[in-house]
Design a protein around this ligand. Structure first.
Ligand code: UD1
Ligand code: MG
Length: 451
């Protein structure tokens, strides 16, 4: 789609959000609203994007970065004015101009693709995206002539009773022929309207009067019409996006025991036969393998889990867990936690920046930070890696087959050699040789037969 340029309308004030955050930056399932629109344009490989922002929207410009060129529209004198302001900034080569709104994240890449394809095959001056609404709406009505072709758009507030009864509405998403815009964009506003604004929809009746074709493409989804103007609409859009994602994963072979309490962010990937139990949130770039059981009440962010992993009532942030791990209930795994195969992390365990090799177990009530724990190591209940001396963090190294007794404090930096043991309550301040048993405070090697 090299010859298509996009204009994203986002200069509106968003007053009804009652927020210090610009409307299009409000997050929906982990991404700003505007990112959904930009993602759809990415998918269509529309390279040239002009984003219209209002005065003082540096935050929006900063948030989009390289993903669009921002142009300030000030004052905001209507949708037609917005396109007039954007027009001179369009790339030379663009032959078609796709116009979308930053506050309609439910318009999908697939809908935009159909819109542009119809535009290109029909050679119309304007092709617009529409929806058939089941009930009352404030959107502009598509008024068709006696021959059934589109004649004009009438705003709901300006419509007659018969016009208001029309169910076909304008979604405010269009594809325009560049040559047509060049000629007719400056002529918008010749008919007055109640808002005394420049309406982009003037371009529809002007095309018809000029004998140019106008096409309408049905989005097939009334939800696509929802634009976010208030917190209520923000919640509605979130619900629809969530349902779309949930349905996609059920089709792919994932069981959602209660979709209504399951939140899967759009970039998450889930393997087959994984079961998601209620009150679970999967965020960011999380990837789950096959046959996992997640929840109830799990929050997993930017983590990668292998196959057959179970996670109950736990929080995982930037965690790696290989196949057959068992996590929780009530574990808190922080960034840098890296679990080998068949690792068990039980209740009330916190881990950060630590690697646990295959078969290691931390079953209860422990803190493990800045540590490497070898294969088959068992960490007794209440064990703490004392990794922080008040200034610096230090490393704890526990070699394979070590048995750490209950309530051991490992004062880092410290190393416990292969196969060694610590007694209950030991405070380990010095390295423990392989095979040794240490006990006490501070821990000392146990003689063969203690008194
Ligand atoms: C517009 C359409 C209406 C359609 C509806 C779909 C017109 C006259 N009417 O109505 O037929 O059903 O969209 O949502 O176009 N914007 C600017 N600058 C402006 C004005 C608006 O950037 O000066 C942006 C807004 O931020 C928003 C978009 O354009 O993203 C649409 O504006 P909005 O005021 O919501 O248009 P509607 O009156 O709802
Ligand atoms: Mg609107």
């Amino acid at each position: 789609m090299n010859d298509v340029a996009a204009v994203i309308m986002a200069a509106g004030k968003g007053t009804r959000m009652k927020s210090i955050t610009p409307k299009v930056l409000h997050p929906i399932m982990g991404k700003p609203m505007l990112a959904y629109v930009l993602d759809a344009l990415d998918g269509m490989q529309v390279g040239d994007r002009i984003l219209l922002v209002g005065h003082g929207s540096e935050a929006v410009a900063a948030a989009v970065g390289e993903r669009a060129r921002t142009v300030v529209q000030e004052p905001q004198n209507g949708t037609g004015h917005a396109l007039q302001v954007a027009y001179p900034h369009l790339a030379e080569g663009a032959r078609a101009v796709l116009v979308v709104s930053g506050d309609q994240p439910l318009i999908t890449e697939e809908m935009l693709r159909r819109l542009v394809e119809r535009h290109q095959t029909s050679g119309a001056a304007v092709t617009m995206l529409t929806a058939l609404m089941p009930g009352e709406t404030d959107l502009g009505r598509v008024i068709r002539g006696a021959d059934g072709t589109v004649a004009r758009i009438v705003e709901a507030r300006e419509a007659s009773v018969e016009e208001r009864a029309v169910r076909e509405v304008n979604l405010g998403t269009y594809c325009f022929d560049r040559g047509y815009l060049q000629e007719y964009l400056p002529r918008i506003g010749q008919r007055r309207n109640v808002q005394n604004e420049l309406y982009i929809t003037d371009l529809i009746w002007m095309a018809v009067e000029a004998g140019r074709a106008v096409q309408a493409v049905d989005s097939g989804d009334p939800d696509a019409s929802i634009g976010v103007n208030s917190r209520k609409e923000l919640a509605e859009v979130t619900r629809v996006l969530r349902e779309r994602v949930n349905e996609k994963w059920m089709v792919e072979g994932v069981t959602l025991v209660d979709p209504a309490s399951t939140f899967i962010h759009p970039d998450v990937v889930i393997g087959r036969d994984t079961v998601i139990l209620p009150f679970t949130t999967l965020e960011g770039k999380t990837r789950l393998g096959d046959g996992c059981t997640i929840g109830p009440s799990a929050r997993i962010v930017d983590s990668r889990l292998g196959d057959r992993v179970t996670v109950q009532n736990s929080v995982l942030l930037e965690v790696l867990a290989a196949d057959d791990c068992s996590i929780g209930p009530f574990a808190y795994l922080r960034p840098g936690t890296d679990l080998g195969r068949k690792v068990k992390v039980g209740d009330f365990v916190e881990i950060k920046k630590s690697r646990l090799d295959d078969g290691a177990k931390v079953p209860h009530l422990s803190y493990v930070g800045d540590a490497h724990i070898g294969q088959r190591v068992n960490i007794g209940a209440g064990t703490i890696t004392c990794n922080y001396d008040g200034k610096n963090k230090h490393h704890t190294e526990i070699e394979d087959d070590v048995h750490i007794g209950s309530n051991t404090n490992l004062v880092a930096p410290v190393r416990v050699g292969k196969g060694a043991r610590t007694g209950a309550g030991a405070v380990v301040t010095r390295d423990v040789p392989a095979g040794a048993t240490v006990v006490g405070v501070p821990a000392r090697a146990l003689r063969e037969s203690p008194a």
